[in-house]
Design a protein around this ligand. Structure first.
Ligand SMILES: [Fe+2]
Length: 184
């Protein structure tokens, strides 16, 4: 069984029942990851696995610090025995360093999980940030607006998304350019 199939089963077990909307989002992000096969080659399966796992830290079974990239990555490392690269991608997905800083967890995050190769980090960010909460495709600007309206202006997540916006837009543009070059 490839990593993606394993990851799908694990994420479904952790998310489908307690958080059906988060599971719908997760499946949409994984579907987006599959579309990046032309630019990812052999790494497409791992990226799809990371897409399935990126939000498992929201599962009530896992919540510890309340910072879902860290809680998810720790579970993958300590409980699921996942590939180190998957743990790193989940820990740092969608420019997580900015929310980590807001929560006073930046040093902890960086000490426990190194960054993965930028192309993979950008690919996961692209998939997450072009998929809405119900799993449907959204333009990145719609996705950013959706996060702001869901959390409201005062929320830590909204502040973090504002700080992360340049990083998110750069990731989306990098992937779109790679796809355009591939198609040309
Ligand atoms: Fe997330």
């Amino acid at each position: 069984m490839g990593q993606a199939a394993w990851a799908r089963d694990l994420a479904e077990r952790l998310l489908a029942e307690p958080l059906p909307r988060r599971w719908a989002h997760t499946q949409g992000v994984a579907a987006q990851a599959a579309t990046l096969a032309p630019i990812l080659g052999d790494e497409a399966d791992m990226l799809t696995a990371a897409a399935y796992l990126h939000d498992i830290g929201y599962s009530p079974e896992l919540v510890d610090t309340g910072f879902h990239p860290l809680d998810g990555a720790r579970y993958l490392r300590d409980v699921a025995g996942a590939d180190e690269r998957l743990c790193r991608l989940v820990a740092h997905h969608s420019c997580a360093v900015n929310e980590a800083a807001e929560r006073g967890l930046l040093d902890v995050l960086n000490a426990e999980f190194a960054q993965e190769r930028p192309e993979l980090v950008e690919a996961l960010t692209y998939c997450d940030m072009t998929t809405g909460p119900d799993g449907r495709h959204l333009d990145v600007t719609e996705r950013l607006a959706e996060i702001h309206s869901r959390y409201g202006p005062e929320h830590l997540v909204s502040r973090s998304i504002t700080t992360s916006t340049p990083c998110i837009l750069a990731a989306v543009r990098a992937v779109e350019s790679a796809l355009a070059v591939q198609r040309a």
